[in-house]
Ligand binder design. Structure first.
Ligand code: UDP
Length: 331
């Protein structure tokens, strides 16, 4: 028999990605300490785990000092607002969790001798001039634009993580996550996939921002989680892109959603948000070579699963315009 279960702290555990990580790490035999201040997370994402003896939930804002009793083997740092609408509404909290929150997580990793994986993002590449994006590209970010609060917090996060690795020898991993989708995305967080599916289900027109020629590459959440696990268990401390290289324009994506939902919606065109990246596609050569990882779920299958999950939502959630009172969560 092996020793006791590995103990793993997951920050942002009640969010879309965090909750899927809780499921996977419990299935992998870890004891999971799930932390979230619920500013953008939702307890419904982890309700099903609350009775598990391997799962503990702690309501805490990690921008404040983090205290954990006992040993810790791994930290997965996934706490952050992650949709453009959220970080426009709570820009200072976004910067604090990416900077102070990351500092607290790294300090905890140092104190406990834990390995830490931090969630970075394709946003570190900004509106990229190199296509597809390789990890060696340094990016094209506007620090003072509306997205700067997220992009620069994540760039700072990467720099701080490398500093802890180089100066303190902390075992660090950095994943650059490209657009990811799946069940449990917040319906009204403004991101394109829940926006389009929600609009189709409510019988509304699909809102395309700009002329819809901008591209994204969408990765199904189970593929991402597999990539996270492989990166964590690897010995690679440099950033690694994880995403699905299957690129599509937003206009074509809207047509796919209309075909998927079997609705007869029209598309309407609205203003393109400031600094909205014109193209985005991960180069995943490094993940393929180092982690023997590549996505397995194609968009057709992933969208069908995601659509079924959204369709099963109760009507009061589907029709609720979720204007969160973020101020209630800010201490
Ligand atoms: N978008 C859109 N309609 C919407 C929401 C988003 O056309 O209702 C566009 C947005 O301008 C961007 C793309 O879809 O070009 C992806 O946006 P999202 O907010 O999902 O994530 P991003 O990749 O920009 O962080």
């Amino acid at each position: 028999m092996s020793k006791t279960k590995p103990r793993t702290l997951i920050t942002g555990a009640a969010g879309f990605l965090g909750s899927h990580l809780c499921d996977r790490f419990i299935a992998e035999g870890h004891e999971v300490i799930a932390m979230d201040n619920l500013i953008t997370g939702d307890m419904r994402n982890i309700d099903h785990l609350m009775d598990s003896p391997a799962f503990t939930f702690v309501n805490h804002d990690i921008s404040q000092r983090i205290a954990i009793d006992g040993p810790l083997d791994y930290i997965l740092h996934f706490a952050s607002p992650a949709s453009p609408i959220d970080y426009l509404k709570i820009p200072i909290q976004t910067m604090k969790v990416g900077s102070l929150g990351t500092h607290n997580c790294l300090g905890l990793a140092l104190a406990k001798g834990a390995r830490i994986l931090v969630a970075s993002t394709s946003e570190v590449y900004g509106d990229p001039e190199v296509h597809p994006q390789t990890e060696s590209y340094w990016g094209n970010v506007n620090p003072v634009g509306p997205r700067g609060v997220y992009d620069e917090a994540k760039r700072f996060q990467e720099a701080l993580t490398m500093a802890y690795h180089r100066y303190h020898d902390v075992e660090t991993r950095i994943i650059r996550i490209f657009n990811t989708y799946g069940p449990r995305m917040r319906l009204n967080d403004g991101r394109v996939l829940p926006a389009f599916i929600g609009q189709a289900l409510r019988g509304e027109d699909l809102t395309i921002f700009g002329d819809g020629s901008q591209t994204r590459s969408f990765c199904y959440v189970d593929d991402l989680v597999e990539g996270i696990l492989r990166l964590l268990m690897s010995d690679c401390s440099d950033p690694v892109n994880i995403g699905n290289p299957d690129e599509i324009s937003i206009k074509d994506f809207a047509e796919e959603i209309i075909a998927l939902t079997g609705t007869n919606q029209q598309v309407i065109y609205q203003d393109l948000p400031v600094d909205d990246p014109t193209q985005r596609q991960p180069d995943i050569s490094k993940a393929r070579a180092l982690l023997d990882w590549e996505p397995k779920v194609n968009r057709h299958d992933g969208l069908a699963i995601t659509y079924a999950a959204f369709k099963a939502l109760p009507e009061e959630i589907l029709y609720k315009q979720e204007h969160r009172d973020f101020k209630a969560y800010i201490k």
